[in-house]
Design a protein around this ligand. Sequence first.
Ligand code: DQQ
Length: 567
Amino acid sequence: MATSALWFLWLWFILVGDVTEVEDSRRTHGDLYPLQITSIKQPYRTLYHFQPPRNWMNDPNAPMYYKGYYHLFYQYNPYGAVWRPDIIWAHSVSTDLVNWVHLDHAIYPTETFDINGCWSGSATILPGNKPVILYTGGDSKNHQVQNLALPVNLSDPLLQSWVKLPQNPLITPINGGIDPENFRDPTTAWQGPDGEWRVLVGTQGEHGGMAILYRSRDFVNWTESQYPFRSREKTSIWECPDFYPVSLNTTNGVDTSVNNPSVKHVLKVNFNSHDYYTLGSYSSYTDEYIPDTDFMDSDLRYDYGKFYASKSFFDPAKNRRILWAWVNESDSESEDIKRGWSGLQSIPRSAWLGKTGRQLVQWPVEEIEKLRINEVNFKGENLRSETVFEVSGVTASQADIEVSFELPKLAYAELMDPSWVDPQLLCSDKGASVKGGVGPFGLLVLASEDLKEHTAIFFRVFKNKDRYVVLMCSDQSRSSLSEEIDKTTYGAFVDVDPRHENISLRSLIDHSIVESFGGEGRACITARVYPKLAIDEEARLYAFNNGTENVIISRLRAWSMKSALIY
Ligand code: DQQ
């Protein structure tokens, strides 16, 4: 196509907003293998977390709200239950972030600029409510390049068809320093006061992981800015960067282009198998981002368990920032292949800046509560030292539990050793069965009746000079009789002062996933577990206290969860 015709296409989209005239490059790109899993019992499939019907999924891509629908695109392998480089974008929509409808695949390799795979990317809503997607293509030389896709028909709220801009690729790793095989995952773009768009692309330079900033007036021609975002310390490649403002004064979300004295900025990147973030200040004039504390010094993570390649978006329908992530399996690839699927999405979480201004707080979106049925609740129950009791009346394999613990006495809190800086290590050294002073206390979920299998989500309180340190753990070491599973114990410190507030825990349990929120969302830990005994109606729920001090359950509410409609 001649250059002038390409410009006409782009101009047409900007001015008129509909590219139905352009030939739709979409072709049927269905799953090659039909569902082959009917004869296998499926105790580990989740029933209210998002999963495709079969095959492999990983990163959420380009979440957005458009004309009444939430859109989730995601990395998907239509050919089986393992990842492969020529991955594509599958697409589902929802009106409530709970129930989902799968649509035709949205973006898949067709052109030289993405023939080796359509990797992660993000949506930006351009003025006039026009969504566009920037994504990474693996080109014919296996270089990673950034491409633009546009909806074919803006009057279709389901955005079912996408067309790739013929000018693609728009951003290529032409600069000497950029490794062409590690240059990917463009963010949602934001617009500066000068009207120019900015976007970050993750990569790895000689100083380690970083994100390169590009600027553009028209979203087509991008130039590299001289200020990459990087960390003081060397990290591996930064995948899936995300950059957005959070309000200093309210729990409401803020649109991605907002920058004024009432916001701080969040930079989230993935490395070392985790989603780390920093909070900091960003100048739209110089494009410099100055983190309050460096990645390696703060160890701030969205989640201290299994939670990777998250994406966030601003939801204008409810004025909130929502984020979610891919939750990988913990069992073997051969099990995934046998089952016919691998991977799921976390429950979408609202995220905002905590009161201290030093960390984010996350909480499952309120819509998920409509799945709650058959509430069980009690108040003021004494959880005596070295006791376990069953919380009956809920479907323990598919439940939502909120519990709040009051600690009347802290006298026997163990002394904190200054060398205990790694909460994950501390949790694995001091698992749920290791007796303590104040704690361990918490929940045993997906537990068998004889307790041979259980996943323990619990707290321990330590004394550190004149203050207390609260450790939250998710201990998978006894989660399954099966040996072939990664049962790593996870841990996080929670910023709660037990002298002045109760310690709260919420856990979302869905057959093979346990998503836990400690201290009202100040620390989150997600785990995957595959019990052999504690499945379906055989699963039980218990509260336990393995410490010397009594603990009071000031309130416990638990619900069975209905299944979401995901088809
Ligand atoms: N997954 C995608 C990449 C991204 C990685 C490929 C993160 O774009 O860097 O499936 O999980």
